[in-house]
Design a protein around this ligand. Sequence first.
Ligand code: UD1
Ligand code: CA
Length: 459
Amino acid sequence: MNTRNTIILAAGKGTRMKSKLYKVLHQVCGKAMVDHVLTQVEKTQMDQIVTVVGYGADDVKATLGDRTAYALQAKQMGTGHAVLQAEPLLKDEAGTTLIVSGDTPLFTAQTFEDLFAYHEAKHAAATVLTSVAPDPTGYGRIVRNNIGIVEKIVEQKDASSEEQEIHEINTGVYVFDNQKLFAALHQTSNDNAQGEYYLTDVIEILKQQGDIVAAYQMADFDESMGVNDRVALANATKIMRNRINRQHMRDGVTLIDPDTTYIDAGVKIGSDTIIEGGVVLKGSTVIGEDCYIGAHSEIRNSTLADHVTVTSSLLEDSTMASGSDIGPNSHLRPESHIGPKVHLGNFVEVKKATIGEGTKVGHLTYVGNAKLGKHINIGCGVIFVNYDGQHKHETVVGDDAFIGSNANLIAPLNVADHSFVAAGSTITDDLKQYDMAIARQRQTNKPNYYQKLPYRGED
Ligand code: UD1
Ligand code: CA
């Protein structure tokens, strides 16, 4: 049976990244580069996927999980040597094998399909995917003979000055007849500028033994970009961002300024939602329909239902139910669950709290470790005092309660439903239903005292 297999090369350290993080784990729009590659491979019908790991093997495996099999390249001796590590898993397969690098995050499944189709139409033993680079520096060059047939690939460091003039580059993606691939790999040597076993040498070996070698030139160089340093990482991120933003717009989301809107690959947004400039949407964030996300908001791993308004605020690992709003300049810290039609106004910080339907927290308030019921009114400058220096304690406020401005609610505390806390109170004791608590000193007025003061007012 003819099988289709993929080998993803992801064992390199990525010296040029100058990073503690292994190259293929660097993120493009919130997703590791190698994960982008695997995601596109998964959209193409495959019998087996093998990822070659080495540097940071455990981290790469933790990122990709059991979506792929793994082969270990203990020592990084080049791309050809890397592919050989997959031989025990794949050598008996008849069929074709796609090879992709873990540092080319922009390839699409469609391009892989086009490459397979071209390869099959040419009855080739190997087909290399090429593109034309405006600046080919650093890439392997495609050397064709005088009638345009591919002869070999030369690496930048091994290329003559004439070969360096070539703009057609090796994208690092190939399809091979599986068994011919492994047979030819055993014939490669490391007699080159980098002392490595190059996968690219297989092209010349197959060609010389009389096999058909084809090259499929894709139209879009950007898609084939390889990321070896941080400059390329930023370029790839820009291209990916553009792609993501265009998809959202096509799906019915309004982006006021897509050039300054930063949406991670995993984010979902409902139609008719409007997103202003400078907005950052990260991780697993889900936003419903008809929402409004104001300028310079950042939302991380949070879920917003329909009709939610966020004005210049930071939301982390939280949820907001339908019709709720927040901001400007407010902050949902992790595990905040905001109920339907809740109003959170300016300078409100919420942490590890649930807030029930219709409750209003208008201004300058900290709500931490709390459970708030429905239709509560929290005045201005209320502090849920949750920390005694050692432990966090919880405050519960029942439905229809009223908390006056500038109150301190010292946890642990239970404020029953339909109870009332007077402004300026520091509350340490529980309130029962229908209680009114007032905890502040009475005011003293001293008649004519003003005239005894040195203060005489402003001129
Ligand atoms: C490679 C190609 C070059 C092509 C370019 C496209 C070779 C020799 N050169 O160069 O022709 O233009 O990609 O982006 O193949 N890796 C391993 N083990 C190793 C060495 C590398 O797994 O021993 C992995 C890396 O993690 C990386 C991929 O192989 O994902 C490519 O290696 P890299 O060093 O980035 O090759 P380039 O110099 O970019
Ligand atoms: Ca590379």
